[in-house]
Every structure is written in C-alpha cells, then in structure tokens.
Design a protein around this ligand. Sequence first.
Ligand SMILES: [Zn+2]
Length: 294
Amino acid sequence: MPIRYIFCVFLLLSVLSAEAQVNCDTVLPPPANSQYVLPYPAGKTYKIIQGNCPAVGGHANTFALDFNTLTGDTIVACRAGLVIWANDQYADTDWTSGHENNVFIRHNDGTVIRYTHLTQNGALVSANSFVAQGQAIGLSGSSGNTGGVQHLHLQAFRDGTSYDKWNAIPLNFSNADGPLDDQNMPVNGQFYTALDSNLVSVHGHLDVPANLRVFPNPASGIVQIVLHLHTGSNVQLEIADQQGRLVEQLFSGRSGPGKHRFSWDATNAQAGLYFIRLEIDGRSASAKQVLVPK
Ligand SMILES: [Zn+2]
C-alpha cells in the first residue's frame, strides 16, 4: 500500500478514535431548566457514590452517576419517554457483568437513559409503554456488576446506537437540592434531595428566565421556596390569599443570579389556597400553594 494511503487510514482512525471519547470537561447549562429530574421520588435524599469521569473504576472516561439506593427503593423516570427495553430476571446475588436488570427509556430528542442494577422482578414498566416524568419505573437492587453494593447506575446516551462509554452524555437535574461542581454537575460523595418539581408552575410574564420551586405542596407548617435567577434582578416575593390580599412579604430587593431560598411559616395560616407572587424587574407571575389542615 502506498505510504499516503497508510497515512490516510491512520488519519481516519485517529479521527474515529477522537470522536469515540467522552469530553469529561463538558460544562452543562445550569440545572434550573434541565429536562431531567432526579431518578427518585420527591422528598427522598440519596448520595452519589460514583460520579462522572473518575480517574479509575467503572465510570472512568464516561458520564454516569451511581446513587446509593437500597434494594426495593422506588426509581422514577428522569424524563418522559418510551420504554425501549426492560428486563428483571437476574437475582440480586448475581453480580456477573451483563446480568444487570435494566429499564431503558428513549426521550423525544432521541437521547436514552438506562436505569441499571434493578432488583429481581423490579421492572415496573415494560417495553413499548410510555412513561411520564416522575413515574415509578422500577425498584432498585444489586443485580449485575455491582460487587454486591446496592445502588442505581444512571447513564444517559446521546442516542440509542450505542450504550458504550463514549456515547454517554452528562446530566443535571432541575429538582436536585445539593452542590454542583464548576461544570454544573452533581458531585461524587454529595447528597441530593429531590424537590417536588411538578407542583409549581409560574403563571404570568417574566422578562428574565427564572424558576420557582416550592415544597412541600400541599403543605402544613413551613413552606420552602427556592428561586433560581439566571441574572441579577429586582425581586419581590410575597404570599397572597385567595382574594389577593397580602399575607406576608418574603423578600423585596436586589438579588444576584443563582439559587435563593426562602421559607414561609404557615403554621398559623388557615388551610386553603394561596398564591406565591413573584415580581422580577417589574413583571409579575404567580404560583399556587395549597395549605392543608394540620
Ligand atoms: Zn455506575
């Protein structure tokens, strides 16, 4: 073969192998508008016991997260989609690589998430069914290559053509309460609480992207409010009753970008419907908050 062809083959191979790499330095957008929620129900807290791209181990050179869920714990869909694979025949004592129980879900943009190491008979959905975000899809376990450590291996892929390391993509979660690294990703060894993500939609017109999370909802007692601002803004946050009367002003002033926490002590408030009114740079929006009797 002429030398220039050999060189071309070499170039082609190096291009292919360059593509077949996960860029572990990828920076994600801030999670407030992520399409994904944590893979467990609101109110639950788990620790990440293996994060993205460690130097060694099963996640080396790839994006994947292991959560310390215990056998039988509920796993929910991070995002709505179509179940493309579900199996749950392997025992939790079968730690053979390839003997994982899994659910794979494909989303409307073609990305796929695998939920892996489920318990035996722990797939709660079957192939070709659609699931909603937050829907229970499986029960955690320790099947397959776990060494007996109960956990959930969560891994997203840019498409369904390959579930190899190089095709993995990073995730962050809109409802995760916990620290992020400088790539806006969850961090190994840290705990993440799933905030209730479905219950607050902000109605109105805001000029700046902002995201309001309220939990619990319904509540009795203390209501926690987390406001994500993408840019510094003048903010007013207040609670109003059903007639629109001011119940309590929680904040009024200038706020920087990022996450801001507020709480409303509703211990002495009457049960019923309330509004969380948010005004940002003169534009207002509101979200509903329900108080239930104690
Ligand atoms: Zn893993």
